[in-house]
Design a protein around this ligand. Structure first.
Ligand SMILES: N[C@@H](CCC(=O)N[C@@H](CS)C(=O)NCC(=O)O)C(=O)O
Length: 214
Protein backbone atom coordinates (compact mmCIF):
# COMPACT_ATOMS: atom_id res chain seq x y z
CA UNK A 1 0.00 0.00 0.00
CA UNK A 2 1.26 3.43 -0.90
CA UNK A 3 0.09 6.62 0.80
CA UNK A 4 -1.23 8.08 -2.48
CA UNK A 5 -2.81 6.32 -5.46
CA UNK A 6 -2.89 8.20 -8.76
CA UNK A 7 -5.27 7.08 -11.51
CA UNK A 8 -3.39 7.92 -14.69
CA UNK A 9 -1.87 6.81 -17.98
CA UNK A 10 1.41 7.75 -19.65
CA UNK A 11 0.04 9.77 -22.57
CA UNK A 12 -1.93 12.13 -20.32
CA UNK A 13 -0.24 15.46 -19.70
CA UNK A 14 -3.10 16.35 -17.38
CA UNK A 15 -2.16 13.35 -15.23
CA UNK A 16 1.55 14.14 -15.58
CA UNK A 17 1.06 17.32 -13.56
CA UNK A 18 -0.04 15.24 -10.56
CA UNK A 19 2.52 12.45 -11.08
CA UNK A 20 5.37 14.96 -11.39
CA UNK A 21 4.28 16.83 -8.26
CA UNK A 22 4.11 13.57 -6.27
CA UNK A 23 7.63 12.70 -7.40
CA UNK A 24 9.03 16.18 -6.77
CA UNK A 25 7.72 16.25 -3.20
CA UNK A 26 9.08 12.74 -2.59
CA UNK A 27 5.64 11.29 -1.83
CA UNK A 28 4.99 7.59 -1.34
CA UNK A 29 2.70 6.99 -4.33
CA UNK A 30 1.79 4.44 -6.94
CA UNK A 31 0.13 4.79 -10.32
CA UNK A 32 -3.16 2.99 -10.99
CA UNK A 33 -3.33 2.39 -14.75
CA UNK A 34 -6.49 3.63 -16.47
CA UNK A 35 -6.88 2.07 -19.91
CA UNK A 36 -8.46 4.93 -21.84
CA UNK A 37 -7.11 4.03 -25.28
CA UNK A 38 -7.75 0.26 -25.17
CA UNK A 39 -10.91 -0.21 -23.13
CA UNK A 40 -12.24 3.35 -23.00
CA UNK A 41 -12.20 2.94 -19.23
CA UNK A 42 -12.85 6.63 -18.44
CA UNK A 43 -16.15 6.35 -20.31
CA UNK A 44 -17.38 3.29 -18.43
CA UNK A 45 -20.27 3.57 -15.98
CA UNK A 46 -18.11 1.77 -13.41
CA UNK A 47 -15.30 4.36 -13.61
CA UNK A 48 -17.75 7.26 -13.47
CA UNK A 49 -19.58 5.78 -10.49
CA UNK A 50 -16.52 4.58 -8.57
CA UNK A 51 -13.63 6.86 -9.50
CA UNK A 52 -14.63 10.13 -11.19
CA UNK A 53 -18.05 11.24 -12.33
CA UNK A 54 -16.30 13.60 -14.80
CA UNK A 55 -14.80 10.61 -16.64
CA UNK A 56 -11.23 11.88 -16.50
CA UNK A 57 -7.74 11.24 -15.19
CA UNK A 58 -5.98 12.31 -13.04
CA UNK A 59 -7.67 11.21 -9.85
CA UNK A 60 -5.72 11.24 -6.59
CA UNK A 61 -6.83 8.90 -3.81
CA UNK A 62 -5.55 9.80 -0.34
CA UNK A 63 -7.03 8.47 2.88
CA UNK A 64 -10.78 8.53 2.31
CA UNK A 65 -10.58 11.29 -0.35
CA UNK A 66 -10.72 11.05 -4.12
CA UNK A 67 -9.72 14.30 -5.84
CA UNK A 68 -9.91 15.13 -9.53
CA UNK A 69 -8.88 18.14 -11.64
CA UNK A 70 -5.11 18.51 -11.71
CA UNK A 71 -5.30 22.08 -10.38
CA UNK A 72 -7.15 20.86 -7.29
CA UNK A 73 -4.71 17.97 -6.85
CA UNK A 74 -1.70 20.29 -7.12
CA UNK A 75 -3.24 22.67 -4.59
CA UNK A 76 -3.97 19.81 -2.18
CA UNK A 77 -0.45 18.40 -2.45
CA UNK A 78 1.15 21.84 -2.05
CA UNK A 79 -0.98 22.49 1.06
CA UNK A 80 -0.02 19.13 2.57
CA UNK A 81 3.67 19.08 1.69
CA UNK A 82 4.30 22.85 1.97
CA UNK A 83 6.36 22.47 -1.20
CA UNK A 84 5.85 24.44 -4.43
CA UNK A 85 3.23 26.31 -2.41
CA UNK A 86 2.27 30.00 -2.31
CA UNK A 87 3.77 32.04 0.53
CA UNK A 88 0.86 34.45 0.89
CA UNK A 89 -2.58 35.38 -0.42
CA UNK A 90 -1.26 37.32 -3.43
CA UNK A 91 0.81 34.32 -4.53
CA UNK A 92 -2.12 31.95 -3.99
CA UNK A 93 -4.27 34.01 -6.35
CA UNK A 94 -1.45 34.45 -8.86
CA UNK A 95 -0.91 30.68 -8.97
CA UNK A 96 -4.63 30.11 -9.47
CA UNK A 97 -4.64 32.65 -12.32
CA UNK A 98 -1.86 30.76 -14.16
CA UNK A 99 -3.39 27.34 -13.50
CA UNK A 100 -6.70 28.44 -15.02
CA UNK A 101 -4.93 30.07 -17.99
CA UNK A 102 -2.94 26.86 -18.47
CA UNK A 103 -5.97 24.55 -18.23
CA UNK A 104 -7.93 26.60 -20.72
CA UNK A 105 -5.40 28.03 -23.15
CA UNK A 106 -1.93 26.53 -22.93
CA UNK A 107 -2.22 22.81 -22.32
CA UNK A 108 -5.98 23.14 -22.80
CA UNK A 109 -5.20 23.54 -26.53
CA UNK A 110 -1.92 21.59 -26.71
CA UNK A 111 -3.52 18.42 -25.29
CA UNK A 112 -6.33 18.17 -27.87
CA UNK A 113 -3.91 19.17 -30.68
CA UNK A 114 -1.55 16.32 -29.79
CA UNK A 115 -4.45 13.91 -29.32
CA UNK A 116 -5.96 14.74 -32.73
CA UNK A 117 -2.54 14.42 -34.39
CA UNK A 118 -1.41 11.14 -32.79
CA UNK A 119 -4.26 9.13 -31.35
CA UNK A 120 -7.67 10.14 -32.77
CA UNK A 121 -9.27 8.13 -35.52
CA UNK A 122 -9.95 9.87 -37.80
CA UNK A 123 -7.22 12.46 -37.17
CA UNK A 124 -8.11 16.14 -36.74
CA UNK A 125 -9.40 18.03 -39.76
CA UNK A 126 -6.89 20.61 -41.13
CA UNK A 127 -9.14 23.58 -40.26
CA UNK A 128 -9.44 22.38 -36.66
CA UNK A 129 -5.68 21.82 -36.39
CA UNK A 130 -5.00 25.27 -37.83
CA UNK A 131 -7.40 26.88 -35.36
CA UNK A 132 -5.78 25.08 -32.40
CA UNK A 133 -2.26 25.87 -33.61
CA UNK A 134 -3.07 29.59 -33.73
CA UNK A 135 -4.34 29.45 -30.15
CA UNK A 136 -1.29 27.47 -29.04
CA UNK A 137 1.14 29.93 -30.62
CA UNK A 138 -0.59 32.81 -28.87
CA UNK A 139 -0.61 31.11 -25.44
CA UNK A 140 2.99 29.88 -25.67
CA UNK A 141 4.09 33.41 -26.63
CA UNK A 142 2.49 34.73 -23.43
CA UNK A 143 4.25 32.11 -21.28
CA UNK A 144 7.60 32.71 -23.03
CA UNK A 145 7.33 36.47 -22.44
CA UNK A 146 6.54 35.90 -18.76
CA UNK A 147 9.62 33.69 -18.42
CA UNK A 148 11.88 36.35 -19.94
CA UNK A 149 11.65 38.27 -16.66
CA UNK A 150 11.84 35.43 -14.09
CA UNK A 151 13.29 31.91 -13.92
CA UNK A 152 9.86 30.56 -12.87
CA UNK A 153 6.28 31.73 -13.41
CA UNK A 154 5.95 33.53 -10.07
CA UNK A 155 9.56 34.61 -9.70
CA UNK A 156 12.70 33.06 -8.28
CA UNK A 157 11.19 29.80 -7.02
CA UNK A 158 9.16 27.06 -8.70
CA UNK A 159 5.53 26.64 -7.62
CA UNK A 160 2.59 24.50 -8.67
CA UNK A 161 1.92 27.06 -11.42
CA UNK A 162 5.09 25.80 -13.14
CA UNK A 163 4.18 22.17 -12.50
CA UNK A 164 0.78 22.74 -14.09
CA UNK A 165 2.20 24.56 -17.12
CA UNK A 166 4.70 21.86 -18.08
CA UNK A 167 1.91 19.27 -18.54
CA UNK A 168 2.52 18.45 -22.22
CA UNK A 169 5.84 20.20 -22.77
CA UNK A 170 8.18 17.25 -22.19
CA UNK A 171 6.46 14.96 -24.69
CA UNK A 172 8.50 14.45 -27.89
CA UNK A 173 8.45 17.33 -30.41
CA UNK A 174 7.57 14.77 -33.11
CA UNK A 175 4.19 14.26 -31.43
CA UNK A 176 3.36 17.94 -32.04
CA UNK A 177 5.19 18.45 -35.31
CA UNK A 178 6.87 21.56 -33.86
CA UNK A 179 9.65 22.08 -31.34
CA UNK A 180 8.37 24.29 -28.53
CA UNK A 181 11.64 24.46 -26.58
CA UNK A 182 13.55 25.24 -29.78
CA UNK A 183 11.34 28.12 -30.89
CA UNK A 184 10.59 29.55 -27.43
CA UNK A 185 13.98 30.02 -25.81
CA UNK A 186 12.73 31.16 -22.39
CA UNK A 187 10.40 28.15 -22.22
CA UNK A 188 13.32 25.92 -23.27
CA UNK A 189 15.56 27.19 -20.44
CA UNK A 190 12.69 26.94 -17.92
CA UNK A 191 12.02 23.32 -18.94
CA UNK A 192 15.71 22.57 -18.34
CA UNK A 193 15.53 24.18 -14.88
CA UNK A 194 12.50 22.10 -13.91
CA UNK A 195 14.11 18.97 -15.34
CA UNK A 196 17.07 19.55 -13.00
CA UNK A 197 14.85 19.49 -9.86
CA UNK A 198 15.36 16.38 -7.69
CA UNK A 199 12.64 13.83 -8.47
CA UNK A 200 11.93 15.00 -12.03
CA UNK A 201 11.05 12.18 -14.43
CA UNK A 202 9.68 12.01 -17.96
CA UNK A 203 5.94 11.28 -18.29
CA UNK A 204 6.63 8.09 -20.23
CA UNK A 205 8.83 6.84 -17.35
CA UNK A 206 6.55 8.01 -14.55
CA UNK A 207 3.18 6.62 -15.61
CA UNK A 208 2.14 3.28 -17.11
CA UNK A 209 0.89 2.60 -20.64
CA UNK A 210 3.72 3.65 -22.96
CA UNK A 211 4.12 2.61 -25.68
CA UNK A 212 0.58 1.92 -26.75
CA UNK A 213 0.09 -1.61 -28.08
CA UNK A 214 0.33 -1.71 -31.91
N1 LIG B 1 -8.91 19.86 -16.55
C1 LIG B 1 -8.67 18.46 -16.31
C2 LIG B 1 -8.49 17.74 -17.65
C3 LIG B 1 -8.46 16.23 -17.48
C4 LIG B 1 -8.53 15.50 -18.83
O1 LIG B 1 -9.02 16.05 -19.84
N2 LIG B 1 -8.06 14.26 -18.83
C5 LIG B 1 -8.13 13.43 -20.05
C6 LIG B 1 -6.83 12.69 -20.28
S1 LIG B 1 -5.52 13.79 -20.74
C7 LIG B 1 -9.18 12.36 -19.86
O2 LIG B 1 -9.17 11.72 -18.81
N3 LIG B 1 -10.04 12.11 -20.85
C8 LIG B 1 -10.97 11.03 -20.75
C9 LIG B 1 -11.83 10.83 -21.93
O3 LIG B 1 -11.78 11.65 -22.87
O4 LIG B 1 -12.56 9.84 -21.93
C10 LIG B 1 -7.44 18.32 -15.40
O5 LIG B 1 -6.61 19.21 -15.43
O6 LIG B 1 -7.37 17.35 -14.65
Amino acid sequence: MAEYDLYCFAQSGNAYRAALMLNLIGADWRPIFVDMFGKGETRSAQYRAGVNEMGEVPVLAHGGKKLSQSGVILTYLADHSKKFAPRNEDERLEILRWIIFDNQKVNGFLGPYRFLRNFAKPAGQPAVMEFLKGRIDNALGIVDKRLAAHPYILGAEPTIADISLVAYLYYPAAEFGFDIAGTHKNIGRWLDRIKALPGWAHPYDLMPGHPLPA
